[in-house]
Design a protein around this ligand. Structure first.
Ligand code: FAD
Length: 290
């Protein structure tokens, strides 16, 4: 089912993100990931998305996971980045996806290399990739949105103008970066509406599983931590189970509020573990979402 159809109803759709495991020399981590996706599948997600390394660094792993999920009858959405990739490389991978009968794609620029190498080849920004995908394929296209602005954008206003370029190029839905303050999302949606950007905005929710992991992610993103979250992190950061349970409670409140406010979709960043996602779904009025 295409994104534009999934998000055309009034319910709040639930979806999940997974990533190809790193250092998976014997395939055990991928097997474990597929077990986790079997658990997630029982909750009828609208889709499961699979990340893709900038420059195609994990292209084969990402493809193999997509193929396994297709074989398990899961509606999937590959992420796809254009930074450091040529048109020929992009065409070749797109053909692989088309052969898998995939209908949706998350079109991204991807992070630039940290060694200051400029490696724009045929595409510099995601809007150029969206335009290309729209001309060459039938994919329904999602793009990334940043409720507090992209980390490299001078300000939120400019970033929204750049998001508008992606939407005008043919994006059907916007999936956000993680955020922890729902008001930031609601204000963002208001700003998008004022700019006549009327595509569904899907809320990216990260259930915190580990303090260290969160710290690392925060170095790559512009995200405000509300007082309640800072206090909880301070209190529970040294105990693995406590922080996980706190993460579940915090994300549960966030998700319930998003459902109450009729947000079109919640995309849970699972970090390849079903446990927190499942607990959150059990806590919220999830039946309304299926
Ligand atoms: P763009 O939309 O191109 O924006 C990048 C920056 O350039 C922004 O600051 C923007 O304001 C500016 N900009 C955009 N267009 C223009 C223009 N035409 N002219 C001037 N400036 C412009 N990364 C991965 O490597 N793999 C993944 O699988 C992945 N999945 C993600 C999923 C989600 C939901 C999100 C929110 C992010 C994901 N990322 C992923 C991270 C993403 O690749 C980075 O945030 C990247 O730096 C920006 O990608 P983008 O598609 O938003 O780029």
């Amino acid at each position: 089912m295409k994104l534009r159809d999934i998000y055309s109803t009034d319910k709040t759709n639930i979806s999940f993100e997974v990533f190809p495991p790193k250092d998976d020399f014997d395939g055990a981590k991928t097997d474990k990931l597929l077990e986790e996706t079997e658990i997630l599948k029982q909750y009828n997600p609208s889709l499961i998305s699979v990340t893709y390394g900038a420059g195609g660094s994990n292209k084969d792993k990402s493809y193999n996971i997509l193929k396994s999920l297709v074989e398990r009858n899961i509606n999937i959405m590959p992420h796809f980045t254009c930074v450091c990739s040529s048109k020929e490389q992009i065409d070749s991978y797109l053909n692989d996806l088309i052969d898998l009968n995939i209908e949706n794609i998350l079109a991204l620029r991807g992070d630039e290399p940290q060694n200051n190498d400029i490696c724009y080849l045929d595409f510099r920004y995601a809007n150029e990739l969206v335009e290309y995908l729209n001309q060459k394929t039938d994919f329904s296209i999602a793009v990334a949105g940043y409720p507090e602005g992209h980390v490299l954008a001078p300000d939120l206003k400019t970033d929204i103008q750049n998001l508008k370029k992606k939407v005008n190029a043919g994006a059907d839905v916007i999936i956000t970066q993680m955020f922890f303050d729902n008001d930031k999302l609601y204000k963002y949606i208001d700003l998008l509406e004022k700019e006549n950007i009327k595509k569904p905005v899907i809320a990216g929710i990260l259930p915190i599983i580990s303090y260290k992991q969160l710290e690392k992610m925060l170095t790559l993103a512009k995200v405000t931590l509300p007082k309640k979250l800072i206090e909880g992190l301070d209190k529970y950061k040294d105990n693995k189970d406590d922080i996980k349970n706190f993460g579940i409670d915090f994300a549960t409140e966030q998700c319930q509020d998003l459902i109450d406010n009729k947000i079109k979709g919640i995309h849970i960043y699972t970090l390849n573990k079903s446990y927190s996602a499942v607990k959150i779904l059990e806590n919220i009025s999830y039946q309304a979402c299926i």
